[in-house]
Design a protein around this ligand. Structure first.
Ligand code: BG6
Length: 498
């Protein structure tokens, strides 16, 4: 993985389709501002945001400033905003017609002259997925997708397809215009600091790597839990659900990093090859296995932090009889020599009691002799990798109680990333934007990984579609469906948080 920003020439223009959208305002613009703040924005750089609404660049910049005040992790300072403001431009046109693309081309050439951006281009598709193919086609037809003597890249947000068939067809269209190494498929979880840290923790610590297998690990739990409901995204979420929205992408990516073999080196393809093998080694889901080991849920009304929260079916643009899942929990096995015998439990859901994303590695227990024979209940050692909030790692172990002298207590050795000496953790998009400009696609999904993930997700989606569920089956603000707890209890285990 490449971490030295200064080693490549990053001079370029990033064109964002969907300039007035939620993602641009909440994530991309704050990321640019924070790059300015940390002195990482390339010297020769411009951002052109394309939207369908009519407005001037001045108006657009005012809106961006408002969003920055709400969503940036660093406070907005005048000088720094000025640095960003002068490189942000707005163009309005209809993505489907060709005319606007010709105008855009002319504008980009002018900006090249002003900013010294050398014809290098990154097109970021932050639009609804139904526009992906059209925009790429128009970029091709207008000659924007190729630049002689400079680089030209495509950044594409999720969802990448809605199943294997649609993902394949989308990919084929993209490959008619761009090479695989020019396509950057975003999975923003890969840009999160602790996700990048998984490989470092595993492959640079003797004590972790030596124990990282089914001989010593009892089970691994991955939980991506959210307090937020679907909010204004009901229209999108109805056609997605937790399986497509979180499991197919973020969860399988995390799983592959946790379970992969050491790559031969740290090159992009070496890492992606090992991740892919994990997804391919997931034990085939039979209908019988799915019936026993998948729990689906949908939230009913409830309270979160004392505020009333509507049932999913009462959210905006959601059907009153919707059968879309807002929660999924699942057990799976990875059929290879390292993991045979160790179950992986994964779960994700919306409108839960708290937001947290973490990986728990539960070590095997000692035999119940000595201390554990009668007096004490054994609590296994846990390694907890906290993705958010409070980014960090903790290791739980047993120790003598200093006060009572005759008790065993659990202690955590805790490392937290968010302390005063480090400042707050950079947001995923800051890292990912720089990686696009550097041409480093290690933290993006390669097509075969996406393909393998859809094969897994499709089986679970088929199972959901063939069966009926008693929704809603958990109240907003709770810990999710009871069955998710029974799933582990049946195996004599428990979820370690929430
Ligand atoms: C997105 C999903 O990919 O990830 C959202 O579409 C989800 O539904 C979000 O809320 C969670 O991301 P984060 O970074 O807030 O944990």
């Amino acid at each position: 993985m490449n971490t030295n920003v200064s080693e490549k020439d990053l001079s370029s223009i990033m064109v964002i389709f969907g300039g007035t959208g939620d993602l641009t305002h909440r994530k991309l613009m704050p990321a640019f501002y924070n790059l300015v703040h940390d002195n990482l924005l390339p010297k020769h750089f411009a951002i052109v945001c394309v939207g369908r609404r009519e407005k001037s660049s001045e108006e657009y910049r005012r809106e961006v400033l408002d969003s920055l005040k709400r969503f940036s992790r660093n406070k907005i300072e005048d000088q720094k905003w000025k640095r960003l403001e002068q490189v942000v431009f707005y163009e309005n046109f209809d993505f489907t017609g060709l005319e606007g693309y010709h105008r855009l081309k002319k504008r980009l050439n002018e900006l090249d002259d002003i900013f010294g951006t050398k014809g290098n281009r990154a097109y970021y598709l932050a639009v609804a997925p139904e526009y992906f193919e059209t925009i790429v086609q128009r970029l091709d037809e207008s000659g924007l997708a190729r630049s002689v003597g400079s680089w030209n890249r495509l950044v594409i947000e999720k969802p990448f397809g809605k199943d294997l068939a649609t993902a394949r067809s989308l990919n084929e269209s993209l490959l008619k215009v761009y090479r695989e190494d020019e396509i950057f498929r975003i999975d923003h979880y890969l840009g999160k600091d602790m996700i990048q840290n998984i490989m470092v923790l595993r492959f640079s610590n003797f004590m972790f790597e030596q124990l990282w297998n089914s001989k010593y690990i009892d089970n691994i739990q991955i939980s991506l839990l959210e307090k937020e409901g679907v909010g204004s995204r009901g229209g999108y979420y109805e056609n997605s659900g937790a399986i497509r929205d979180m499991l197919q992408s973020h969860i399988l990516q995390i799983l592959s990093l946790v379970a992969m073999e050491p790559p031969v080196d740290l090159t992009t393809d070496a890492i992606r090859n090992e991740k892919l093998k994990v997804i391919r080694a997931i034990e085939e889901f039979t209908p019988e296995f799915l019936r026993k080991n998948v729990v689906l849920g949908q939230y009913g009304a409830g309270y979160i932090d004392g505020r009333p929260v509507p049932a999913y079916r009462d959210e905006e643009r959601v059907a009153k009889d919707s059968m879309t899942e807002t929660f999924v929990a699942l057990k799976l096995h990875i059929n290879n020599f390292r993991w045979a015998g160790t179950p992986f439990y994964i779960r994700t859901g919306k409108s839960l009691a708290k937001s947290s994303a973490e990986i728990v590695i539960q070590m095997k227990s000692l035999p119940n002799i000595l201390y554990f024979r009668e007096r004490y209940t054994q609590i296994p050692n846990l390694l907890v990798i906290r993705i958010q909030p409070n980014v960090g790692v903790s290791l739980r172990f047993n120790t003598k109680d200093f006060k009572s002298h005759n008790n065993i207590v659990q202690q955590n050795m805790d490392f937290s990333h968010e302390n005063s000496s480090q400042g707050n953790t950079p947001e995923a998009y800051e890292r990912l934007i720089l990686d696009v400009l550097r041409g480093d696609s290690t933290l993006f999904s390669r097509w075969d990984e996406v393909e393998a993930s859809w094969k897994i997700a499709d089986r679970i989606i088929e199972y959901r579609e063939r069966n009926s569920f008693d929704f809603p089956n958990y109240n907003a603000g709770t810990t999710g469906p009871v069955k998710a707890f029974e799933l582990l209890a049946r195996d004599g285990r428990e979820w370690w948080s929430l």
